[in-house]
Ligand binder design. Sequence first.
Ligand SMILES: Nc1ncnc2c1ncn2[C@@H]1O[C@H](COP(=O)(O)OP(=O)(O)OP(=O)(O)O)[C@@H](O)[C@H]1O
Ligand SMILES: [Mg+2]
Length: 259
Amino acid sequence: MRRVVFNQKGGVGKSTITCNLAAISANQGLRTLVIDLDPQGNSTQYLLGADGDALEYTLADFFDQTLNFKLNPKATGDFIVASPFDHLHVMPSHPQLEELQSKLESRYKIYKLRDALDELAQDYDCVYIDTPPALNFYTRSALIAANACLIPFDCDDFSRRALYSLLENVEEIKVDHNRDLVVEGIVVNQFQARASLPQKVVQELIDEGLPVLQPYLSASVKIKESHEQARPMIHLDSKHKLAQEFISLHDNLARKYGA
Ligand SMILES: Nc1ncnc2c1ncn2[C@@H]1O[C@H](COP(=O)(O)OP(=O)(O)OP(=O)(O)O)[C@@H](O)[C@H]1O
Ligand SMILES: [Mg+2]
């Protein structure tokens, strides 16, 4: 399964969800790859820690290679590094992705990520793609390359309204480029069960017939420690409520849609 985690809104939990679900897949023995398409590189930092600062090759080199065609190009696997966790590999981000974007767009390189993932199909059981908070070349590439889409949602009323245009954007890419793309659902994140507003906002989504996934992910300060130590929740504290919620979410998705 190739999953893209997408929401144009910033700070809703895309990187946190990508890395934690990927860590669980890998921990279950699935050969797992995280692709970090966000020039901010948060998933790269989260999974590689300080090792993420001194990488020989990154996704920027991968995309750059598509612009500067060579007769003996590097294989896609050359842009992948192993994380400290078993079975978990990363195609790391680099700030240079930002400046490459307009060239990639004008030279129609939108299918290159999909081609690369096709090349890797025998090497990985599951792929998770983290995206920047925008509908741009990288998010479009990811939505074209993936076969499933998860949408993190931060229980905010502005975000609720933005969900409709977001779903329309995903649908348009599906119709134009990727008929197999499935919106697996909305991941409710930073849910505060005791506050009434988040409950109301999420209930509205359900009443409107949107695919809200279970369980909701609790708000927890533990996630900051997890980022800071570069250890996904399952490795930091597997008994923690949020770690258990990630595991349930992961297993619900695997049951319904495959690993
Ligand atoms: N379940 C949670 N509980 C508490 N804080 C959380 C939770 N999930 C995410 N956060 C916090 O919210 C912030 C944004 O999370 P994250 O970086 O994963 O979002 P993002 O959507 O990837 O952001 P961006 O759009 O900038 O890439 C971080 O500071 C993170 O610590
Ligand atoms: Mg992010």
